[in-house]
Write a protein that binds this ligand. Structure first.
Ligand code: SAM
Length: 280
């Protein structure tokens, strides 16, 4: 058997105790300490050896270790300065693999910091998780976005909204944004007891991989369309799209019954309507 050359690291519980990292609710801190679970999360994007990666909120560094063990070159952004000494120890244990940025992920240019092709992997703080996701999903597709994949832990309800199919309660704008030019799936459900402290609800890791965007459709048009449609999700499209120039004509041209409601319209159908709106 080959010798294990990975650095021996102290248990995460000891790191938290040594650096007095009592979890802050305001910073959405729910830490993962089970290293086997963390290795399984870091395996979701596929092989990471020498690949660029970007992590939001490394905290005491549990997921960070797992990503580093997988061999990635990682840039991690952490807002809580208390975590920096623990992360500096990790950077030392994995020479030339980890760069930590002290700051707010909402203000950091992830592309400039992590580089094109980066895998984004994070146990996201719940208060900025959706905003960060929307930012990554709204990136320019040229013909793919700058990032290679997203592997993100969310509260279960948010995860369900990203992967939802039509005719379900969770189906809405986030599902269309998450699926019109990406494949999105729940890769792993994680019980609340896996976190320290445990959050009130269950969580899930969503894995998103980009695919070629449909031609002739602008994200802005699709967003305007889904905002209008889902803004009044119980109403017929005839009513909810009335105020959006060109939408009803595009609906008719696409052969979609205006008596249908927003939640029955598939992602492909929204894309087709948006394409026809842009053509006018
Ligand atoms: N990655 C660690 C783990 O899995 O155990 C911690 C995850 S915890 C859910 C979220 C982390 O994000 C915390 O370390 C928190 O301090 C950090 N955080 C919160 N808001 C942030 C922001 N705006 N930018 C960067 N990090 C943030």
């Amino acid at each position: 058997m080959a010798a294990d050359t990975r650095p021996a690291l102290p248990p995460l519980r000891d790191v938290i105790a040594a650096h007095r990292l009592q979890a802050s609710k305001a910073l959405g801190q729910n830490f993962l300490l089970d290293e086997q679970l963390l290795d399984r999360i870091a395996a979701i994007p596929g092989p990471l050896k020498d690949a660029p990666a970007f992590e939001v909120g490394p905290g005491p560094g549990g997921l960070t270790r797992a990503i580093l063990r997988a061999g990635a070159r990682l840039v991690a952004v952490e807002r809580d300065a208390r975590c920096l000494p623990a992360l500096a120890e990790l950077a030392e244990a994995f020479p030339a693999q980890l760069r930590v940025i002290s700051g707010d992920a909402m203000q950091v240019d992830a592309r400039a910091e992590a580089g094109d092709g980066a895998h984004i992997i994070a146990n996201l703080p719940y208060n900025v998780g959706t905003a960060l996701l929307v930012g990554w999903l709204s990136a320019a597709w040229e013909p793919l976005p700058w990032w290679s994949s997203l592997t993100l832990m969310f509260q279960m309800e948010v995860a369900e909204r990203i992967v939802a199919r039509p005719d379900s309660d969770h189906y809405g704008r986030l599902a269309v944004l998450g699926q019109w030019r990406s494949d999105a799936r729940i890769a792993m459900k994680v019980h609340r007891s896996a976190f320290t402290p445990p959050p009130k609800v269950m969580s899930a890791v969503v894995h998103i991989t980009p695919k070629a965007a449909p031609q002739g459709v602008q994200l802005k048009t699709l967003e305007r369309l889904t905002a209008a449609a889902f803004g009044q999700r119980r109403k017929m499209l005839r009513q909810s799209l009335k105020g959006l120039p060109g939408a009803l004509e595009a609906l008719e041209a696409a052969g979609i019954d205006p008596q249908r409601r927003a939640e029955t319209v598939s992602v492909d159908e929204y894309v087709e309507v948006a394409r026809l709106m842009d053509r006018v």
